[in-house]
Write a protein that binds this ligand. Structure first.
Ligand code: ATP
Length: 304
């Protein structure tokens, strides 16, 4: 079978597919390093008004560097495509693991929760909200550690919609979205992420969504009232963490600082900090195309 090389990478099998991208296994031609390459079709992005979202995703992933956040290594473009070279996260989506095996043991859920919380905290300390935190966007590495991914809906500090410090775009996945996002009156993206973190924890320990209704108005009503029930096997500790996060009032909802002091969260907790990027994001200079006209750091190489 002919091998397809783009830039310094030989592309292999498809690892996953999103709405606007294919993610492929790839290997560096010289070093043999295995990576995941997100391949985006420029024309399709422009057609579907997704160019800004991809630029934002790249900007966010360039800023955040944390062991529990997928690392972006390099970005380059050909005439028709954009390639985002990321660390390879081989364990698949946490969502699939729960669908296959059901609820996790609380100890395992706690370990994952601590990692997701630290990764999210690193984003927040850079002024970045994820806005689509859900188990489908948490990948697992070879050691079973979580890695936050898919920053396509992420919000950067001082984004245009944020003049008063509040975000306005109602986005995210309905079952994971906070009540104040549904209310469409401007919301604090950091606190909205914490609600979604609570939904993630619930799914991990209960094996199902806390709010699930085919009828959208009913779903929204249940979210707004935090109308959920916990399975009887949950410990009082995790039930309490859930009630601190699935709290409709943003003023009463737990912050990450408060979560870290919670007895259930604290158990066997080792804080994992982010750091400076080990090496700068590798981008190559040259002609940029329409999509990336502002950034002079994308090289155009021949499409193969
Ligand atoms: P969406 O439509 O959900 O926004 P997307 O188009 O932004 O998706 P991603 O969610 O980033 O695409 O990736 C699609 C899938 O590819 C993921 O669900 C995952 O299975 C796989 N994938 C993404 N990044 C990696 C990675 N770094 N390592 C391994 N697999 C990955």
């Amino acid at each position: 079978m002919p091998r397809k090389q783009v830039g310094s990478y030989i592309l292999g099998r498809t690892l996953g597919e999103g709405s606007y991208a294919k993610v492929k296994y790839a290997q560096h031609v010289d070093t043999g390093e295995a990576v995941a390459v997100k391949v985006l079709d420029k024309a399709a992005l422009v057609r579907s008004n997704m160019a800004a979202s991809v630029k934002r995703e790249i900007e966010i992933m360039t800023k955040v560097h944390h062991p529990f956040v997928v690392d972006l290594r390099e970005v380059f473009a050909t005439q028709g495509k954009i390639y985002m070279v990321m660390e390879l996260v081989p364990g698949g989506e946490l969502y699939d693991q729960i669908i296959a095996n059901g609820a996790l043991q609380e100890d395992r859920a706690r370990k994952l929760f601590q990692g997701i919380m630290d990764g999210l905290d690193c984003c927040h300390r850079h002024g970045i909200c994820h806005r689509d935190l859900k188990l489908e966007n948490i990948l697992l590495d070879a050691d079973g550690n979580p890695k936050l991914s898919d920053f396509g809906l992420g919000a950067l500090p001082r984004s245009a919609e944020q003049e008063d410090g509040l975000l306005r775009t109602s986005c995210g996945t309905p079952n994971y979205v906070a009540p104040e996002v549904l209310a469409r009156q401007g919301y604090d993206g950091f606190m909205a992420d914490l609600w979604s973190l609570g939904v993630c924890l619930y799914v991990m320990v209960a094996g199902k969504l806390p709010f699930e209704e085919a009828n959208m108005p009913t779903l929204f009503r249940k979210i707004t009232k935090a109308d959920y029930t916990c399975p009887p096997w949950l410990s009082s500790g995790v039930v309490d963490v859930l009630s601190c996060l699935l709290e409709p009032s943003v003023y009463k909802r737990a912050t990450i600082a408060k979560l870290r002091r919670h007895a259930w969260v604290q158990q066997d907790y080792v804080f994992v900090d982010g750091g400076a990027r080990g090496s700068p994001l590798r981008t190559t200079s040259g002609d940029s195309d329409d999509l990336f006209r502002e950034s002079a750091d994308i090289v155009v190489v021949a499409d193969s």
